[in-house]
Design a protein around this ligand. Structure first.
Ligand SMILES: NC(=O)c1ccc[n+]([C@@H]2O[C@H](COP(=O)([O-])OP(=O)(O)OC[C@H]3O[C@@H](n4cnc5c(N)ncnc54)[C@H](OP(=O)(O)O)[C@@H]3O)[C@@H](O)[C@H]2O)c1
Length: 328
């Protein structure tokens, strides 16, 4: 049985990667930091405690098991300083690659979960669709650090790698979209960007399926944008979820200047509480971008990717999960 290591297997996407890897007959190992978060993982998964600063631990793990496949799924989306973003999203990728080479334990494939944020929104592309035909334009430290992680990996020429850049991922287990879902459940559609803003999404189970398919495929040394086909306006997105809640949505816009003010207040609160919010001044620029449509032709061509879930069916499952967990 082939062995896979999912580095960061306890989070939202990680747990779905674990389930899909098991379904595909792989012998699954994961790393975790917080033991409590392993409670929901199946018993036949081998769990290894690991924190990225512990280089010796990951080296030992790699030497002991010589994995056939590795997914680098760890990512930091909110942190106090840019150093923390770069440590997890970039430097760790380089460290991991170097260890694999030094220990002669190069896997059949190392897949890095990057992010669409590494390329920035579509308005910087002449075609108005995010594509690697044009230079990346990340707006946040998060995006810049993911892009640097990609560059480090591409530079380690001996390693067969793939890079996936998912757009916004949603599904059971995700808590980031909750504030929006709660408002929509009350019939409120709050627009943070322009009214005609275009968004893209991927359902987490579709992402997990694609990730494992890509990992086991013949393809290497390639990068892919990942989204369900097409983009959707914020208005249609809200109306789709409103129809699941059977609510008529009233649409309101928050001006960018107000969002920037809120981000500044949250920043000062975070300095006291040490809890770092998703909203900061850089994030405001991402949230107010006119389009996040990306070019998915490569995943369609190489992996014949067809999402199994529409936004409506995926959101229905997400809402159902949230209601079962008494989160909504
Ligand atoms: N969610 C999205 O919409 C989205 C979109 C595009 C790309 N991505 C990328 O997808 C990946 C997974 O995202 P997610 O939403 O599933 O995030 P998540 O729920 O926060 O999971 C992150 C995982 O990384 C682990 N981790 C974080 N910092 C670590 C550290 N210093 N040492 C060891 N482990 C650490 C976490 O362990 P703990 O369980 O102990 O915290 C968890 O297993 C990330 O790389 C993210 O950048 C996410």
């Amino acid at each position: 049985m082939e062995k896979i290591l999912i580095i960061g297997g306890t989070g939202f996407i990680g747990q779905h990667l674990v389930n899909t890897a098991l379904e595909r007959g792989l012998n699954v190992h994961i790393t975790y930091r917080n033991k409590k978060r392993t409670a929901t993982l199946p018993a036949n998964v081998t769990k290894h405690e690991f924190e990225i600063s512990n280089e010796d631990k990951i080296r030992q793990l790699i030497v002991d098991y010589s994995f056939d496949y590795i997914i680098q799924n760890i990512g930091i989306t909110k942190a106090k300083s840019s150093n923390k973003y770069y440590a997890a999203n970039a430097n760790f990728v380089r460290k991991l690659g170097k260890i694999l080479i030094e220990e002669h334990c190069i896997p059949k494939k190392l897949l890095f979960i990057s992010s669409l944020s590494a390329y920035g929104p579509a308005e910087f592309s002449p075609t108005n669709i995010i594509s690697d035909q044009f230079p990346p334009h990340p707006l946040t430290v998060y995006g810049k650090s993911k892009l640097q992680g990609e560059h480090f990996l591409i530079g380690l020429k001996k390693i067969p790698y793939l890079i996936l850049r998912p757009t916004v991922v949603y599904g059971p287990g995700d808590k980031e979209l909750f504030p929006i879902l709660k408002l929509l459940n009350k019939g409120l559609g709050i627009h943070l960007g322009p009214k005609n803003q275009m968004l893209s999404f991927i359902y987490v189970k579709d992402l997990a399926n694609l990730t494992i398919t890509a990992l086991l495929s013949e393809y290497e040394q390639k990068s892919y944008f990942v989204a369900s086909n097409g983009a959707i306006s914020t208005t249609n997105f809200y109306e789709t979820i409103g129809s699941i809640f059977q609510k008529k949505i009233r649409h309101f816009s928050i001006p960018k200047s107000v969002l920037k003010g809120i981000a500044r207040i949250l920043h000062f609160i975070a300095m006291v509480t040490k809890k770092y919010p998703m909203l900061n001044s850089e994030k405001v620029e991402e949230l107010t971008a006119t389009s996040w449509e990306c070019d998915v032709t490569q995943i369609e061509k190489d992996f014949e990717f067809v999402p199994l879930h529409t936004l409506k069916s995926g959101m229905k499952e997400t809402v159902q999960w949230a209601q079962n967990e008494k989160l909504l």
